[in-house]
Design a protein around this ligand. Sequence first.
Ligand code: SAM
Length: 487
Amino acid sequence: MHSNEGTEKIIDEEVQGTTLTLEENKDNSKKLYIESYGCQMNFSDSEIVASILAKEGFNTTQDMAEADLVLVNTCSIREKAELTVRKRLEKFNAVKKTNPGMKVGVLGCMAERLKSKFLEEEKIVDMVVGPDAYKDLPNLIQEIDEGRNAVNVILSKDETYGDVAPVRLNSNGVTAFVSITRGCDNMCTFCVVPFTRGRERSRDPQSILEEVNDLWERGFKEITLLGQNVDSYLWYGGGLKKDFEKATEMQKATSVNFAKLLEMTAMAQPKMRIRFSTSNPQDMTLDVIETMAKHRNICNYIHLPVQSGSNRILKAMNRLHTREEYFELIDNIKKIIPDCAISQDMITGFPTETEEDHQDTLSLMEYVKYDFGFMFAYSERPGTLAERKLDDDIPEETKKRRLRDIIDLQQKHSLYRTQQHMGQVEEVLIEGFSKKSDAHWMGRNSQNTVVVFPKENYKVGDFVNVKINECTSATLIGEAVGLSEYN
Ligand code: SAM
């Protein structure tokens, strides 16, 4: 479900395909046009790519026709995402006809799976670069400049780009994403991520803190620590998470887990708001929830995808927890942080899903009453365990009908949750203009709900106390009662 003010920060439909630009460097003469699709991780990766290419003489442009290099950072999570990118590649090729010097490159999750198709069969791109190979871009660009196709889709054991300072593209100057892990080891049977982004590795906490401190110095007020499964973060000097057992006693004793990283970040910049995404229920510990409760600057919001409410389907998805264990986690969150907002990701129509399984999903939602939700119909992905072992046997109409059911229920719960804020005074960080009215600011409260209120003399980046007077299921509407003491 997508708010009209853009509540979703995970896969924001409104930003799909956004062209990313950054400030011009006068010494740079070449032009880069870069478009991004998919999850926030991809948008964050594009900031790393732009940083690497800025050193190679590229400025970004929003006009594809004048570009020397067109890059598209791709997503494979559902078939629809791939189809959208394919359409864009056709468009790029049409432009290439009028601008033959222009080179086209595919980055990200579609790279590995479709490299030979793109380069050899269809010959629609000049370069294919996987998510762990961005540091090789200068060499690959040289290859294509010399008239050869270039490809690097090697997945790495230790690449985290910790030493590349990302440039902030299309930034509001207030909120930023900071990547802390790459890849995923979970092997959920529906998911293509472990195949496209490789095994899980964590970034050096020192480089994370340096990035956060630098963002604060530059006026940013909120960061989101980013990873496919942030709670699984584990730094022990570098290397894959799965190799932790081979680490030395010293490495184990000085290792940093997610709760510790969260605390270190919160303490490094006590006035910076801290969020994190995504949490996998199987890896979220009480330590993390207690750390959230201890620090005022860690926001009361957890994105906690469950995917299904049925134990049988959870097992078939290889989600390593039961419905009952999930409820226990929710109960603990609510006990330790009573006003904590929780959101979900849900998949309808996973192979073999019955009406009874679907009812289990609805009853799980009824128990939790999520604040937000991101819901999808199952899309079979090549190479995943589900694709190899299970028939995609739920008819499209059934998937759609069940999706409608859960979206409707989520809508009801979202409204129930926003209504709980009525009459309260809440601290809001102003991010920018309201899309619907120039006379209003748009920001978020700690629970990540969008709040809109008249501008008065406040400015972007202010923490403002706002009294909530009205609400829709996605937006709180209020009026400022003064600056927060937190500024
Ligand atoms: N790492 C997170 C997790 O495991 O919960 C999120 C990963 S994914 C980028 C975001 C969401 O896309 C997932 O939570 C899931 O709901 C959805 N998704 C992933 N694979 C899918 C598939 N094959 N069909 C439909 N939705 C899918």
